[in-house]
Design a protein around this ligand. Structure first.
Ligand code: 9Z3
Length: 348
């Protein structure tokens, strides 16, 4: 069996770093230095799915379903609890605050209306009829004002750093670089790994430079496919090295590390979460099932497993407001982070 540290070193030496790495590292450095000086806790929150390119000049890639809802929503709750947030996210996935208005079924213009048809002395730029104002529709105004205030606060206090990635390789290079920048925070640093990270990738020595041509695909030895003649595109993927082990042991040895585990078969969830804890010896695995991830998650720690669930409609004490499960997950995580800080402080 290959030594995990060897496969990881090989991964980083054989794959090219993303061109954005120096810039993102410098931004993370400035952000961490600033908040460290203000004794503020920092969470590195990863969000959205990684891609696996099939060609160097990428036309096609393998992707996954994650829109980044968990990550973007959690970021807002961490900010509301006083954490500074480095939001390492899949480019164009959901972002904190703007998520309320971006990927929803409505076009953002549906939130707006025209107001104030020409008032007296209110001349338009064309010197003729004045242009009406564009305003937020009354029914959205209260909620938008609340989102706007939180967004402004995060911006003014420089509490949120947005760093995008696309491929699994750019994700891993950036994660490693930021983790190293965060080492100065010791156990005040928190890692909340909600991104859906591919387990497999095409290594550089097998990656086509140009768009794969259907004409170049070899004849299949496993028989003809209906309508496709004898051709089949077979994609040969290597496993991505288990970066979590390196994160826990070397990149961020003092930080609290929380990973997410996604399954589709409920019968496997607890076992897989425990396996992950045993293998990487980090602090907490939050298990979720694809179909129910917005309503319930399983917190798995050494020796315990506990469901965190949204109240069912019967349990709700009135209130028609939608409750987001992240409003329950994040305080539970912070409670554990605080406990860890106290314990470490007590043991020196
Ligand atoms: C998660 O399990 C996240 O909760 C979801 C969030 C991706 C399900 P949405 O974007 O979904 O809100 O729709 N993330 C971790 C998935 C993952 O790749 N985990 C690895 C694994 O399961 C460990 S790092 O092996």
């Amino acid at each position: 069996m290959t030594d995990p540290s060897t496969s990881e070193s090989h991964y980083f030496s054989s794959n090219p770093p993303p061109p954005t790495l120096p810039q993102h590292t410098a931004q993370a450095n400035a952000f961490v230095t600033h908040h460290h000086a203000h004794s503020r806790r920092v969470v590195l929150l990863t969000s959205g799915g990684t891609t696996v390119p099939l060609e160097n000049q990428t036309v096609r890639f393998i992707d996954n379903f994650s829109a980044g809802t968990r990550g973007a929503t959690s970021a807002e709750y961490f900010l509301s609890q006083g954490y500074a947030v480095i939001f390492l996210h899949r480019q164009f996935s959901l972002l904190p605050f703007s998520r309320h208005y971006s990927h929803s079924t409505n076009c953002f213009l549906d939130f707006l209306s025209e107001w104030g048809r020409i008032g007296e002395g209110d001349e338009g730029e064309d010197g003729g009829a004045a242009t009406p104002d564009v305003v937020v529709k009354a029914k959205y105004r209260r909620e938008m004002l609340s989102v706007l205030r939180k967004y402004r606060k995060a911006k003014e206090q420089k509490l949120l750093l947005l760093l995008p990635f696309t491929t699994v390789t750019s994700y891993l290079f950036t994660l490693r670089a930021i983790a190293r920048e965060m080492r100065c925070l010791g156990n005040e640093a928190l890692f909340y790994l909600a991104a859906a990270v591919s387990d497999f990738f095409v290594p550089p020595d097998r990656m086509a430079e140009h768009k794969i041509q259907s004409g170049d695909v070899p004849e299949s030895t496993s028989g003809a496919s209906p309508g496709g003649g004898g051709k089949k595109l077979v994609i040969d993927l290597d496993p991505v090295p288990k970066f979590l082990k390196r994160l826990v042991e070397q990149w961020a040895p003092e930080a609290m590390i929380v990973s997410f585990k996604l399954e589709t078969d409920p019968a496997l969830l607890l076992k897989k979460c425990n396996q992950s804890l045993d293998r990487y010896a980090h602090h907490l695995v939050i298990g979720n099932i694809l179909a129910t991830r917005k309503y319930e998650v399983l917190f798995v720690e050494e020796g315990s497993a506990q469901w965190v669930r949204l109240p069912t409609s019967d349990d709700k004490s009135g209130g028609s407001e939608e409750v987001e499960i992240e409003s329950l997950i994040v305080p539970e995580v912070i409670k554990r982070h605080e406990k860890m800080l106290l314990k470490r402080a007590a043991t020196g």
